[in-house]
Design a protein. Structure first.
Lengths: 74, 506
């Protein structure tokens, strides 16, 4: 699953997989515009529904936390 | 009582003393009582409106435990906004209504202005309600605890806009006295006083001098550019100085509040600027307005149908642009129902939308010329460009009327510049003036701006307070004493009301 999530993130923004910090959303690496693209792609790929309540800086902190979010919604 | 008054310092010292003499379990009650007393001292009978807002927010949050949550949250937001409009614009509803509000809040009719900090209570309260609605926090059962969160006195006048999940736990858990927290808190407040009293006080005089009556001002031409820059710097010093006082005061109680500024003038793009300027408002708008829209079923449906027609990137950009328009409409209206705020909001919205539109070509350009776009020179260009794009927004917000403000801007093309130095040889106000300040005040302003630049540069690399704590006690206290004396001697109390802050009015 991680590879699929990583591929989606890379397609939206190439900087995301290279980012080493812990604040993808907070540091603006994932912009509000990117969120729409990422959510749409994750929903299509994994058949999940991501709601506004899931878009938190904790859930969108790292690639791992995004994977954990997808897993929790499956 | 205001945040920059001797009475506030006495009040704060008394509150800190009682707080630390109270067992940790009961400290939140001390803070609640302090907040209510503070509100009473600032706004007297307006306290009832604070209690009314808190009551509505509490009751609705509790009601989300039952069904029909979406309808209830919309109803709550509508009630709070209508109440805010009624209180902020009481004059619209006639003299009789103003007298009625004045009577129930024990205020003289002429002094009726919107209750202190009510706009901040509104945002904090809506944030809490939406969090409960979304299930990210549990509704608090104790009304007094909700009131304590909403009314926390250092933050009630101008924010920062707190989140229940960040602040409530800190308020409830209580804290042991910490010498470091006391000293660091006082140092942070002191720096706020320097920014507000020594710098912003004088910048305000320069700004008023430059803008004159905003119509037929003697300054024009190239001075317009200076005016725009001064307006922005004035808001920054005034507002971030206040935040230093607020965050420092909270720190003394062992409570960490979110930062509202993070070197905004170093931002390299407009979205980055808004992640560094009035941070808690930007995050509030993003989480509760932007994501509420973009994650809604209609927006997702729109995105899906557009994706097939115009492609993934363009579809997301179009949905995002609608979200941006919502965000900036709320931004403008929250500051006030006036053309100037809406114009400022439209200006920022245009910049952000422009950024979205050119994002893909810029990305392509960057990947084609990585050496150039990653060079130091290009990064400096981005920062300078963002600065000049960002600062007119502050000017648009401060001008009293759209027409006169824009007419003044137009003089850059139509009239020659006025004199930088004005000499008045006769009468009571005789002397040499530079941008409205006499030579003494002008020198203090320039020197204090240099001091601010040095301290800010040092602070970026390492907290100045930690640097101070590492040096010998004698020079450390000498520096602190010098700053205190500087605030007392050079604090600008002049003709202006030093106690009022620009952002207090929103």
């Amino acid at each position: 699953m991680r590879e699929k999530v990583l591929a989606i993130l890379k397609e939206v923004n190439e900087e995301i997989p290279e980012y080493e910090g812990e604040g993808l959303l907070e540091d603006g690496i994932i912009a509000s515009l990117d969120v729409i693209e990422i959510v749409s792609a994750l929903e299509d790929e994994f058949g999940i529904v991501i709601a506004a309540r899931n878009i938190t800086k904790e859930n969108f902190a790292t690639v791992d936390s995004i994977c954990a979010l997808v897993e929790s919604l499956q | 009582m205001t945040l920059v008054s001797v009475s506030f310092l006495i009040f704060l010292a008394a509150a800190v003393l009682v707080y630390y003499l109270t067992p940790q379990k009961g400290q939140w009650i001390v803070l609640l009582l302090a907040s209510l007393v503070f509100y009473w001292l600032c706004s007297k009978g307006f306290l009832i409106f604070l209690l009314l807002f808190a009551g509505i927010i509490y009751v609705f949050a509790r009601s989300f435990e039952t069904g029909k949550k979406k309808l209830l949250v919309l109803l709550e937001v509508a009630i709070l906004i209508v109440l805010l409009i009624v209180l902020k614009y009481a004059g619209w509803f006639g003299d009789g209504f103003v007298r009625f509000l004045s009577t129930i809040s024990f205020q003289k009719p002429l002094s009726f202005v919107a209750p202190l900090g009510i706009s901040y209570v509104l945002l904090t309260g809506i944030g809490y309600s939406v969090d409960v609605f979304r299930g990210t926090v549990t509704a608090e059962k104790n009304f007094l605890k909700v009131l304590s969160f909403l009314s926390f006195f250092p933050a009630i006048t101008q924010g920062p806009i707190n989140r229940f999940s960040d602040l409530s736990g800190q308020l409830m858990e209580g804290h042991r006295f910490s010498y470091e927290a006391l000293v660091f808190g006082i140092q942070r407040m002191l720096w706020g006083f320097v920014k507000k009293l020594v710098i912003a006080g004088r910048l305000n005089v320069v700004m008023l001098e430059l803008t004159g009556s905003w119509q037929g001002s003697k300054y024009s031409g190239a001075y317009v550019v200076l005016t725009v820059a001064i307006c922005s710097l004035n808001i920054f010093m005034d507002f971030s100085g206040c935040m230093d006082i607020v965050i420092g005061a909270a720190e003394i109680f062992g409570i960490r509040l979110p930062e509202n500024f993070d070197h905004p003038y170093l931002a390299r793009s407009m979205p980055e600027f808004w992640r560094k300027w009035h941070i808690t408002l930007g995050e509030w708008l993003r989480d509760y307005v932007m994501f509420s829209f973009t994650m809604s079923a209609p927006a997702k449906k729109m995105n899906k149908s557009l994706k097939g027609k115009v492609g993934r990137k363009t579809a997301a950009a179009l949905v995002s642009i609608i979200g941006v328009l919502f965000v900036w409409l709320v931004f403008g209206l929250w500051h006030g129902i006036s053309g100037t705020f809406l114009l400022a909001a439209a200006y920022y919205a245009l910049l952000i939308i422009g950024g979205i539109v050119i994002e893909e070509p810029v990305k392509r350009f960057r990947s084609k010329y990585p050496q150039f776009t990653e060079s130091k020179g290009f990064q400096i260009f981005r920062t300078v460009r963002t600065y000049f794009l960002g600062i007119p927004g502050a000017y648009l917000m401060l001008m009293p009327q759209v027409k006169s403000g824009l007419q003044f801007l137009a003089t850059i093309f139509t009239r020659p510049a006025a004199q930088f130095v004005v000499k008045i040889t006769e009468g009571e106000g005789a002397g040499t003036f530079l941008l409205g300040l006499d030579i003494y005040d002008f020198t203090v302003l320039i020197l204090s701006l240099i001091l601010w630049l040095v301290v800010t540069t040092l602070h970026r690399k390492k907290d100045v307070r930690i640097r101070l704590s590492n040096i010998h006690i004698v020079p450390r206290w000498a520096i602190l004493l010098a700053v205190v004396i500087a605030v007392v001697l050079f604090g600008f109390y002049g003709d202006l009301n030093a106690g009022s802050f620009i952002y207090q009015g929103y």
